[in-house]
Design a protein around this ligand. Structure first.
Ligand SMILES: *Cc1c(COP(=O)(O)O)cnc(C)c1O
Length: 431
């Protein structure tokens, strides 16, 4: 469900023609829909509330951490799941209360742990014994106890792409569920820790409910054991991971309401507040990447559409073999042809779609790369000294640039040529 549809023969974001944005901001540009972000958050929150699950939705900011998006979700009542000191800073500066922030990640530094303690966050989701010890030490130094959950790894197969599966025992994330009791016992003895919960996250773009169901069963068993060991568990954090539809030819993953029903089914047994950390489910199809065809190139038995967006703007096709639907902004006539949609970056891996049937497109035509609102702009860079891609947020017929492009001149200005480089060759005539 999203709000990018044709009106009067051309594709719009809510009520704004994409051509208007392209004309004023240029391309490539990310465009997000306020109505879609709001709807996804509400559908999920309402489903949990409707099932009387005491809950807090901590939006996984790494999916899309633009300040406008974080502010919007914060204003709707969301907490945040942050994975770095930088994201913590973003959450706080968007006005999200620290007591709604959880902090995940395998490599939190002492400085980041201190930032979380100083802010007064809800919980650290610790991923190792080393981190527990470090957190305790930092907290003791500050004369306090840090609230902590241990991320346990239920060892379930989530059936997702290897680069985003986190719940099997071979990944770097969490500690094995089988070792959790022993580690909790040690954590409870550490002077700077206050054990408050249990945490898990089994992966991303999970398109079936069974892996969640299996993982929540492991979590329920563990909760029983931890409670009988005397740990006061105030919340369980079940992570994120629900998949979204990327490919019109593949059956849709379960809807947020259905996933919420699985959480609800386990919540009685959990017997405490449930934290959920959806990222992709909220942001993915709330965004598109708008790009323009620069050249049409007839290769050897192959047609290439060279567009002005590239892997530095959207790396998902290259990194995860991801499929993104591509829609012409002006539906063209004629039978579709099979094309590779590629960017201008000097890498063979720089493509947005391979062997894709598409209505004939020509120089100057606009294409919308769909379902690009999550893990898109956040992974963008400036490779090949390209502009850092701009972002726009639409609401009804209003829209605003929420990140202007970082242009090459600005990138160059940030760099320095030291004197020892300037001195090189100065004794020779420079020709
Ligand atoms: C990435 C991540 C999420 C969000 O995953 P989605 O698939 O985007 O829902 C939630 N929790 C943790 C710990 C994560 O690393």
């Amino acid at each position: 469900m999203h709000h990018f549809h044709a009106q009067n023969g051309q594709l719009c974001a809510e009520d704004v023609p994409l051509e208007d944005i392209a004309r004023e901001v240029g391309t490539p540009v990310y465009i997000y829909s306020t109505a879609t972000l709001t709807r996804h958050y509400r559908v999920f929150a309402d489903a949990l509330a409707g099932a009387s699950v005491p809950h807090l939705i901590c939006y996984a900011m790494k999916a899309n951490s633009n300040q406008a998006v974080v502010s919007l979700l914060g204003n709707l009542g969301a907490g945040m799941d942050v994975v770095s000191g930088g994201e913590l800073m973003r959450a706080l500066s968007a006005g999200v209360p620290a007591h709604k922030v959880v902090f995940a990640g395998v490599g939190k530094t002492d400085a980041e742990l201190a930032e979380g303690i100083d802010a007064g966050i809800l919980c650290f989701n610790a991923e190792s014994e080393s981190e527990l010890a470090a957190l305790s030490a930092v907290a003791v130094q500050k004369g306090t106890r840090a609230p902590v959950s241990l991320r346990v790894n239920p060892d379930v197969e989530s059936g997702t792409h290897a680069k985003i599966a986190t719940g099997a025992k071979e990944t770097k994330f969490g500690v094995p569920a089988s070792r959790a009791r022993e580690i909790y016992a040690r954590a409870a003895q550490m002077p700077g820790l206050k054990v408050v919960g249990v945490d898990m996250h089994i992966g991303s773009q999970i398109t079936a409910l069974e892996p969640f169901d299996a993982a929540f069963n492991v979590l329920g068993d563990l909760l029983d054991a931890l409670r009988s060991d005397g740990h006061p568990i105030e919340h369980v954090d079940v992570g994120g991971g629900l998949g979204v539809p990327y490919d019109d030819a593949v059956a849709d993953p379960p809807r947020p309401e259905e996933y919420a029903a699985v959480v609800a089914r386990h919540s009685n047994r959990f017997g405490c507040q449930v934290l959920v950390e959806p990222g992709r489910m909220i942001a993915a199809n709330a965004g598109i990447l708008l790009t323009r065809v620069v050249h049409r190139k007839e290769g050897d038995g192959k047609t290439f559409l060279v567009v002005d967006a590239a892997m530095n703007d959207l790396i998902r096709p290259t990194l995860y073999d991801a499929h993104h639907e591509i829609r012409p902004v002006r539906p063209a006539g004629g039978p579709s042809e099979i094309v590779d949609v590629v960017g201008p970056v000097c890498e063979t891996g720089d493509y947005l779609a391979l062997s894709r049937p598409l209505a004939p497109q020509d120089r100057g035509d606009l294409l919308a790369i769909m379902t690009a609102g999550a893990y898109g702009a956040v992974q963008s860079g400036t490779y090949n000294t390209r502009a850092l891609v701009p972002e726009v947020l639409v609401s009804g017929s209003e829209w605003a640039v929420v990140r202007p492009p970082m242009l090459p001149a600005e990138q160059i200005k940030r760099e320095r040529v030291p004197d020892f480089v300037k001195a090189v060759g100065q004794d020779m005539a420079r020709s």
